[in-house]
Design a protein around this ligand. Structure first.
Ligand code: SF4
Length: 245
């Protein structure tokens, strides 16, 4: 084991292996093939619209943009902000999101002309540039890189963070985004299709079982989850341990 891998293993002591988590969920939920989007432009637009809201609301906003013929980098870059606001209103936080959409699309369109050109650079450069744009954080940047640019980066969202906190008994909110991402990227083969599917599995688990109030009975991870197994044997679930390592 290399020094780096050993360090990573020590930091994640007590966490079930990523492959075990993935295979267990996949066995239950099957192949999900998540994140609809007919074009890269649509996927990028969807990644911004889905911030702080459910995909159901995003679908309505995307349908409005499609009907207006504006579901493209160029369409958004050229559209007036108040018009974008009206079209994406169902997605919530529509003023803030219209500003982000317009600025992101205008920036890429002005500097690269197309998403193919923008995405042609390496993953690190792409990530850095996306993170420099207004309102694009780690999760949105990585969703764009994985689902639109099709480059292997593991997306960490609130569902993944919550599940990891409960299965390990370690307060995952105290872990940095990069630390949890590193855990999955070291434990799963770097593969775009696999990373897409693994993210989809966590979303499915978070929506149906590992909710704010967890439904552990019947959850596919019940037997390997510290929180779930304590409930199963009738003891109090562990208080999530704050972990500062
Ligand atoms: S067993 Fe309960 S706490 Fe553990 S992942 Fe499933 S729903 Fe969440």
């Amino acid at each position: 084991m290399t020094g780096q891998a050993a360090g990573s293993a020590a930091r994640h002591k007590g966490w079930p292996k990523p492959a075990l988590l993935y295979n267990t969920m996949r066995k239950r939920f099957g192949f999900l093939d998540w994140w609809p989007g007919e074009t890269k432009d649509e996927v990028l637009i969807g990644a911004i619209l889905t911030q702080q809201t459910s995909w159901k609301n995003v679908e309505k906003a995307i349908a409005n943009l499609k009907n207006a013929g504006a579901i493209s980098l160029r369409g958004i870059a050229r559209m007036r902000k108040d018009r974008i606001e009206a079209l994406i209103r169902p997605s919530g936080f529509y003023r803030q999101k219209a500003k982000r959409l317009k600025e992101t699309c205008a920036y890429i369109y002005r500097n690269y002309g197309s998403l193919d050109k923008f995405f042609s650079r390496d993953k690190e450069a792409l990530r850095e540039e996306l993170l420099g744009l207004n309102g694009i954080g780690n999760e949105t940047a990585d969703s764009i890189i994985l689902y639109a640019a099709e480059k292997p980066v593991f997306v960490i969202d609130e569902y993944t963070r919550r599940v990891m906190g409960r299965v390990s008994g370690i307060y995952a909110g105290n872990k940095s985004y990069e630390e949890i991402q590193d855990f999955f990227e070291k434990g799963l083969e770097r593969d775009v299709a696999l990373y897409k599917e693994a993210h989809a599995q966590f979303v499915e688990l978070g929506k149906n079982y590992c909710r704010a109030k967890p439904l552990c009975a019947g959850c596919p991870l019940e037997k390997i989850c510290l929180y779930g197994s304590k409930i199963r044997i009738g003891t109090r679930p562990p208080r999530t341990r704050k972990h500062n390592a």
